[in-house]
Design a binder for this molecule. Structure first.
Ligand SMILES: [Zn+2]
Length: 343
């Protein structure tokens, strides 16, 4: 795997990563402190791919970017519903009154999350964490918010959209962009491939160095998102090995096939390690150190628990693990049969 650059572009600046494609970054107030966004030059203007989190700081940086462009914005594409991607999509699409593109499941999920769940019971969230084996003080910390986190960093999602479908070809002002749907990190994540330019905009589905979070959250605790992810990774072997990958985090790179292989191997390692640990009954909390070597803070705890559950759900779906509620109402996972792991 080779990176095309040694360091990130500074916020507010543009780098032409390929003919007619600009790379920019926006800051994020998280451990992962940036997101990469892309601009595609078409006959009709610039199409924005992902938008950054919806804060006044990001807006101000976008204003700087807009002033540097030689043509108006002509469309907004969002790869998936996470706030760092969709945050300012509504603002940009409505400001320029341009088409807004998203896959259907991502779009309606974003609409639902934007509507918030204030007033709804937190009992399901608390049960989800309790069943994972977290103690009550941690559960209280994790469920203390008002559940309006999403809409506080996402500008209102446009009320209409243009649907991106798997395998469709999207015509952007004469350019042909092939849509490839990946699942697992989010429900219907759109990746964009341009054959002439030999470019893949991979969003969060394929990232270098870091692995996309694959989780089963309280919204769907039994989700088998790891199966979704592993099922939708091999299709990228069909793309050219030398395709330039423009990811949503870290640096643009070449070496897609190798990276896909690494991502699959990474999850297989976790699967194997969890299965070995479950030779005796385990809870999600007792299994966290099997998957995560570093100490987990409160914020990372949500992602870690969800990622662990996704792996356990996958093993249950394969018939390799069984899950039962113990007397404390906590799930215990154990191997369905004591077996030696092959390879
Ligand atoms: Zn994401």
């Amino acid at each position: 795997m080779n990176y095309l650059y040694e360091q990130q572009v500074a916020p507010g600046q543009l780098i032409e990563v390929a003919d007619g494609i600009m790379w920019l970054t926006m800051p994020l107030p998280f451990e992962l402190d940036h997101i990469n966004l892309y601009l595609i030059r078409t006959n009709e203007g610039w199409v924005v791919v992902d938008t950054g989190i919806g804060t006044s700081k990001t807006k101000a940086l976008w204003e700087e970017i807009f002033s540097q462009l030689d043509a108006p914005i002509s469309g907004v594409i969002v790869t998936h519903l996470h706030p760092d991607h969709i945050g300012l999509a509504g603002w940009i699409a409505d400001t320029f009154d341009v088409p807004f593109y998203m896959s259907q499941t991502e779009y309606f999920s974003a609409r639902a999350f934007s509507a918030g769940s204030s007033g709804a019971s937190k009992e399901r969230d608390k049960r989800y964490f309790h069943q994972a084996g977290l103690d009550s003080s941690m559960i209280n910390q994790l469920t203390a918010g008002d559940n309006k986190g999403y809409s506080s960093v996402v500008s209102p999602v446009p009320l209409s959209f243009t649907r991106l479908r798997h395998q469709m070809t999207l015509d952007l002002g004469g350019q042909q962009w092939h849509i490839i749907i990946g699942k697992g990190h989010s429900p219907e994540h759109a990746c964009l491939f341009n054959k002439e330019k030999n470019i893949l905009i991979s969003g969060d589905h394929v990232l270098p160095i870091i692995t996309p979070n694959i989780g089963a959250y309280s919204t769907e605790p039994d989700a088998n998102t790891l199966k979704d992810y592993l099922d939708t990774l091999p299709q990228f072997y069909d793309l050219p090995e030398d395709v330039i990958v423009l990811p949503a985090h870290k640096l643009p790179f070449v070496g897609l096939h190798e990276r896909v292989e690494e991502l699959i191997a990474h999850h297989n390692e976790h699967i194997d390690a969890l299965l070995v640990a479950c030779q005796k009954p385990q809870t999600v909390v007792s299994l966290l150190p099997v998957m995560f070597k570093r100490k987990l803070g409160v914020r990372n705890m949500v992602f870690a628990v969800a990622e662990c559950i996704a792996h356990l759900n996958y093993l249950i779906s394969k018939g390799l693990l069984a899950r039962r509620l113990n007397d404390l109402g906590v799930y215990e996972y154990s191997q369905t049969q004591v077996k030696q792991l092959a390879g």
